[in-house]
Write a protein that binds this ligand. Structure first.
Ligand code: ADP
Length: 265
């Protein structure tokens, strides 16, 4: 369980996030949505202890985050960052196994049979077993992103923070990533936070949505409470149509592009 109360974050003099509160409950997925520059990534990096907030407090399992060591944070909170370049050719197995590092005493040959077993199990969970000896830089985008998620899952952290985990993926692979997150949250009561630009994916997979603009929290609640035409217009400055998805019943958001219509006249 991760909880942020009245968080304010500054880069030098500039306030990037102002008085934002957030509670990541066990077994729940929370999505942060908002335009570019709203403070979503800054918020995520702060929740992981990567940035020290100028105000407010973050608690991990009831204790202030700043009272934990780096290693204890890495055991409790796993991050799926936006795609990073790999400098060295490593196999999928090695890449995922490295997620266990926070559990190890430092040094070469740190991994135990338990670490190897945990890695095998997560490779099964993410359907990467057959690719385990392939090199990371020889995978297709969807497979590589699954490996990045696997490395976060293998930590066994109770909190997962994901920064645009489905960017650049096709429809099927987007759904696979979020279905894996959902499964982990259901089975282990993990709390997940997903920063995403995909409002419909957020509507489908999240339990709660935090809507941000200019570093402020505009709304927080269930997708059907937050994804309203009024709030989305306020935040994105775009008129949208919101109806219920005919199969799942979750809110479905379709932009109405006035400029496009004017061009056609
Ligand atoms: P989002 O993820 O919603 O696009 P960010 O968290 O990246 O937004 O950015 C929030 C604000 O903080 C923006 O105004 C951005 O320019 C600023 N910002 C982000 N990173 C830095 C940084 N490293 N140094 C200074 N300002 C930053």
């Amino acid at each position: 369980m991760l909880e942020a109360r009245d968080i304010t974050i500054r880069y030098g003099q500039r306030v990037a996030v102002s008085n934002v509160s957030l509670e990541l409950e066990p077994g729940r997925i929370t999505a942060i949505i908002g335009p570019n520059g709203a403070g979503k990534s800054t918020m995520l990096r702060t929740l992981n202890g990567g940035i020290e907030p100028a105000g407010g407090v973050i608690r991990l399992n009831g204790k202030p985050l700043r009272s934990y060591s780096r290693r204890a944070i890495a055991k409790g909170i796993a991050v799926v960052a936006q795609e990073a370049e790999l400098r060295f050719p490593v196999t999928v197995f090695e890449f995922v196994l490295a997620g266990r590092f926070a559990w190890a005493a430092a040094g070469w040959g740190w991994e135990t049979t338990l670490d190897i077993e945990a890695t095998r199990e997560v490779l099964r969970e993410t359907q990467l077993e057959e690719l385990s000896s392939r090199l990371m830089n020889e995978l297709a985008g969807g497979e590589r992103q699954r490996a990045v998620l696997a490395r976060a899952l293998v930590t066994d952290a109770g909190v997962l923070l994901l920064d645009e985990p489905t960017a650049n993926l096709d429809l099927a692979h987007q759904a696979t990533i979020l279905a894996l997150v959902r499964k982990r949250c259901n089975r282990r009561q993990t709390s997940a936070l997903v920063v995403t630009h995909d409002i419909n994916l957020a509507a489908e997979f999240s339990d709660h949505v935090l809507l941000m603009k200019d570093g402020k929290s505009v709304a927080f609640g269930r997708p059907d409470e937050v994804l309203t035409p009024e709030l989305l217009k306020e935040v994105f400055a775009v008129r949208v149509l919101v109806d219920a998805h005919p199969i799942t019943g979750v809110p479905r958001v379709t932009p109405v592009h006035e400029a496009h219509r004017n061009l056609q006249r």
